[in-house]
Design a protein around this ligand. Sequence first.
Ligand code: DLZ
Length: 163
Amino acid sequence: MIHLEGMTNGRGLRIAIVVAKFNDFVTERLQAGAIEGLKSAGVDDGDICVIKVPGAFEIPFAAKEAAHRGGFAAVVCLGCLIRGATAHFEYIASAVSHGIVDAAAATGVPMTFGVLTTNSVEEALERAGAGPANKGWEAAIAAVEMATLQKALHDRKPDGVRV
Ligand code: DLZ
């Protein structure tokens, strides 16, 4: 049996973080969580590139461009949509999520989803607190896992790699 699994050791990986500025009182915290998560996984500060976009709707475009041209092993996508405060909430949420999936498929670069879709500001802030429960942190670790899994798949290591 072949078992392949990504690692949470991201040493040597170059990672992009695309961050929407809309609702920045939340997305700044997601960004901080993602950076902390990447560093906890061994990613070097100099290998992290933060890319800001106006709102969540613009995330897929920037993520795709970064993946095409940036030489990144993975892209972490961060944003915040709050249902009550967001006109066309479903439309934007759907466009962003599908856009990120499409961008990853088109570029072959793993992209992870740290875009909050919540009912209230309180719910959003709960998901952007300190530590590993921060959704930016979660998306960052997922990016490291997917980048190392991709490498394992390319290398076809028969015993896989383990955390
Ligand atoms: C317009 C808009 C609205 C109403 N709500 C949000 C939101 O909750 N979160 C977010 O990231 N962006 C929002 N935007 C901005 C759009 O994502 C986009 O930046 C603009 O429509 C310009 O294309």
